[in-house]
Design a protein around this ligand. Structure first.
Ligand code: KG4
Ligand code: ZN
Length: 335
């Protein structure tokens, strides 16, 4: 069963065709990095305009070169929220019109749960139940996943998202956007133990996070150490990254232990971070827990994960109505 996925929640215009929620036939991602780079972050109005510019050609690219006829599509899955309202509207409106024109069902899905489904695109995927660490630009959440469509939130960030901390630290260091990738690269050349930035566990027995303290600690270090941005760029990056990775590793392993899960999934843009993948994997092996991460191309925003998630609703006979709208924040506590 072929599902067309469409993702436009932030600054990536993406379309993908996935068979049976698992096999990626095509995955096209048009990045807007160059358009936002001069502003040091994503400008929502520019993002929506770029989505409008790209959406038709991105969908065509996901179909035509792969020999997929529109009539072969069984349904469309599109990100309904959370995300930037103008950006979401482009994808949702396109999906509604396309589904109407083809007389096929469409389903609006949650972007965050879509990220979890990125691990199902890989040949080796976790068995249920498992715990998932979602680390993206806007969210940091630990889920207990018991089925393709059944999730409970165990913990979340009380302030900044983890990716947001990477982005802001990059800005403080004058390195700009896209921050996470830049900090990850700088960190590889630095000493992770050079500066002892604080690890905020809040309460070691729960699964909540806080990243605003570490961000402030980096800012204060820069202010109190003249020339540090120039002289210690690599060490600051590596030490900041290590502090964040320590907390994420501790919490997700603790979640696996408490729930008795033998598998951990790490998903979302920050899941591309080499040190995070390495540290969680090394720590989990010691406890005979398996770690599953998507390929780098499926860590960031992509429509393949949206199609994979949408497939499970569509085979259950669930679809959305034409009066369904986008939502910018988390829709309900369980999502
Ligand atoms: O999932 P995503 O592509 O978009 C959202 O749904 O937010 O995540 C984007 C976030 C950004 O904050 C970006 O800085 C971060 O993922 N990121 C990384 C890396 N690559 C992207 N953070 C740390 N290390 C990376 N290698
Ligand atoms: Zn995302």
């Amino acid at each position: 069963m072929l599902v067309l996925g469409i993702e436009t929640s932030c600054d990536e215009t993406s379309a993908s065709v996935v068979a049976d929620g698992k096999s990626v036939i095509s995955s096209i991602i048009a990045s807007q990095v160059e358009a936002h780079h001069p502003y040091g972050g994503v400008v929502p109005e520019i993002a929506s305009r770029k989505h409008i510019e790209y959406i038709v050609s991105v969908v065509n690219e996901a179909l035509i070169p792969f020999g997929i006829q529109k009539k072969q599509l069984a349904g469309i899955a599109v990100t309904q929220g959370p995300g930037l309202i103008g950006s979401l509207l482009v994808g949702l409106s396109f999906a509604k019109a396309f589904a109407y024109g083809l007389s096929i069902p469409w389903i609006g899905v949650n972007h965050l749960i879509g990220h979890i489904h990125s691990v199902f695109l890989e040949p080796e995927c976790p068995q249920f139940p498992f715990v998932a660490l979602l680390v993206s630009g806007g969210h940091t959440i630990i889920y207990h996943v018991t089925d393709y469509l059944t999730y409970d939130i165990l913990g979340t960030t009380l302030d900044d998202a983890c990716g947001e901390a990477f982005d802001k630290v990059s800005k403080m260091l004058g390195c700009g956007y896209p921050g996470g990738t830049i900090i990850g690269q700088l960190a590889e050349k630095g000493n992770p133990n050079a500066i002892q930035f604080p690890r905020t566990f809040i309460d070691k027995s729960n699964f909540d996070f806080s990243f605003s303290g570490i961000k402030t600690a980096v800012s204060r270090y820069i202010q109190t150490h003249p020339n540090s941005v120039h002289d210690e760029l690599f060490d600051i990056s590596a030490s900041f990254q290590e502090a964040v990775v320590d907390v994420l590793t501790y919490k997700i392993l603790h979640a696996a232990r408490v729930t008795g899960c033998r598998s951990i999934a790490i998903v979302g843009g920050v899941a591309a971070n080499t040190r995070l993948r390495q540290k969680v994997t090394e720590s989990a092996i010691k406890e005979n827990i398996h770690v599953f991460v998507p390929s780098i191309k499926y860590c960031g925003d992509n429509a393949a994960m949206i199609a994979a998630l949408g497939y499970h609703y569509l085979i259950n006979g669930e679809s959305s109505c034409f009066d369904h709208d986008v939502y910018t924040k988390k829709k309900s506590k369980s999502l």
